[in-house]
Design a binder for this molecule. Structure first.
Ligand code: IPD
Ligand code: CA
Ligand code: CA
Ligand code: CA
Length: 264
């Protein structure tokens, strides 16, 4: 039998320790490199943080597989068994430019089902955490289930890229949505944007391309407050590829699809 309390205790301990290390790194000079393009950034702190988790997980839970953005974990072929999914710094551009608006995202799945989701806003020392079926919390405060919000009073998190000419969606579909809602925001950290949907600070987050480490923890949290998360096709997300993501309060999710995207 899997001891989920033990896994949860370690996951929380490690995410707090990793956050402490990141806060301490603010005094030091960063080593910044680029990956797929000049705006795709990674630092020594992203890499060290991922290695910190992997060393601890491998030592404590040798049978678990680990998927991490910076590639120090396993190359995952399936979600069989227990899988940790880690984004050591989600919002690296913000981490470098702003020293805020980034988070550590850690999730633990069993046979493809999310059991633990943790999103740690390091600068504010705010841990969003959830266990499947046990509610979602912000530090020690339980997060209330989401209530219905009329679309005209909704705030939607969306990056401007997706309402200009782009390869993934016809902006004509999203412009009327942007016009219909009360306001739009873009924070530059998918994990935090999902945590903001969970807490009702925004009512939806729409993006065309995320990787499993960006949304794995967010899914566990959103499920606990009655939110809905799908691809742009209305399908469940796939943990082995990139995905488009529409995550929202349930009634807003429904309205986005029925009135604007019409693909569900
Ligand atoms: C990125 C951030 C960003 C999102 C990108 C992600 P990273 O993650 O979440 O908000 O728009 O798609 O790749 O690279 O900073 O971990
Ligand atoms: Ca990255
Ligand atoms: Ca990320
Ligand atoms: Ca990252």
């Amino acid at each position: 039998m899997t001891n989920w309390d033990e896994i949860d205790r370690y996951a929380k301990q490690w995410i707090k320790e990793a956050g402490e290390r990141i806060r301490n790194s603010f005094k030091m000079e960063l080593i910044i490199e680029t990956k797929s393009n000049p705006d795709d950034l990674v630092t020594n702190i992203d890499k060290e943080t991922e290695q910190f988790f992997i060393e601890n997980i491998a030592k404590t839970f040798p049978g678990h597989q680990i998927l991490g953005e910076e590639g120090f974990g396993d190359s995952i072929q399936s979600m069989k068994g227990i899988t940790w999914i880690i984004d050591p710094i989600d919002g690296t551009m913000n981490f470098i430019h702003q020293q805020r608006n980034f988070a550590i995202s850690v999730a633990v799945y069993e046979e493809g089902v999310g059991q633990i989701g943790l999103i740690y806003d390091v600068v504010h020392d705010e841990l969003y955490h959830a266990r499947k079926g046990q509610g979602a919390y912000l530090n020690s405060t339980e997060i209330k289930p989401l209530e219905e919000v009329p679309l005209e009073r909704a705030i939607i998190a969306i990056n401007a890229t997706w309402i200009t000419e782009n390869k993934r969606i016809d902006p004509k579909l999203l412009i009327p949505l942007v016009n219909a809602v009360r306001g739009t925001r873009s924070y530059g950290s998918a994990a935090l944007e999902m945590a903001y949907v969970v807490t009702g600070r925004v009512d939806a987050y729409i993006t065309m391309r995320l990787s499993p480490w960006d949304f794995a923890a967010g899914i566990v949290l959103i499920n606990e407050v009655g939110g809905v998360i799908t691809t742009l096709e209305g399908e469940p997300l796939n943990f082995l590829t990139e995905n488009s993501v529409v995550v929202a309060n349930a009634n807003i999710h429904n309205e986005i699809f029925t009135k604007f995207i019409k693909r569900k």
